[in-house]
Design a protein around this ligand. Structure first.
Ligand code: AMP
Length: 196
């Protein structure tokens, strides 16, 4: 099963991806997580990405496309994967098509979590509070000021992907404002008819 989760920051893509990992036994490929790991490890990619991420802007297409192309060739991706936070631009979406075509594999589903903007800042603030309470590191970009920039980037560069996939007849939407369990159930319904 190869699946893309679309939606703005704070829509619940990561939470739902984790549930899909558990249920379907395929990995979650979060470019945000991979980039944060690169920053943490101090790699060349991490050094180039850090300031951009801290500002809430998007890292270059070339960097993220290269990271994903390498990742999907790992053995644990053989049975499928969940793309979470990628693609985020039309250039990245075209890159996904090319990557999959080169490997002779197809995308099963593109699911957009549709959410109300006004609820998102509250979710991000809560995510930061929860991380702090659990003694985990708080993401530097999980604060209202940077979040606004992340949301602007989303509308400028990522929202057009819904049209891109709609035109291909691939887009499915799920109400991301419902409870976590209800969203999971809706996603499973979509997968039951779209995924192999
Ligand atoms: P996320 O964890 O998905 O919210 O991503 C955190 C940050 O990583 C984003 O604000 C971007 O700076 C960067 N990032 C993650 N995924 C991508 C992507 N597909 N394209 C460009 N930048 C990305």
């Amino acid at each position: 099963m190869r699946l893309i989760l679309l939606g703005p920051p704070g829509a619940g893509k990561g939470t739902q991806a984790q549930r899909l990992v558990e249920k379907h036994g395929i990995p979650q490929l979060s470019t945000g997580d991979m980039l944060r790991a690169a920053v943490q490890a101090g790699t060349e990619v991490g050094k180039r990405a850090k300031a951009v991420m801290d500002a809430g802007e998007l890292v270059s297409d070339a960097i993220v496309n290269a990271i994903v192309a390498e990742r999907i060739d790992q053995p644990d991706c053989a049975r499928g994967f969940i793309l979470d936070g990628y693609p985020r631009t039309l250039v990245q979406a075209d890159a996904v098509e090319a990557m999959l075509a080169e490997r002779g594999i197809a995308l099963d589903s593109v699911i957009e979590l549709v959410v109300d903007d006004k609820a998102l800042v509250g979710r991000i603030v809560k995510r930061a509070e929860d991380a702090k309470a659990a003694g985990q590191p708080v993401r530097k970009d999980d604060n209202p000021a940077v979040f606004e920039e992340r949301l602007r980037e989303y509308y400028k560069k990522t929202a057009p992907l819904t049209g891109y996939y709609y035109a291909k007849g691939r887009l499915r939407t799920v109400d991301g404002m419902a409870s976590i369990d209800a969203v999971t159930a809706e996603i499973e319904k979509v997968l039951a008819v779209t995924a192999k």
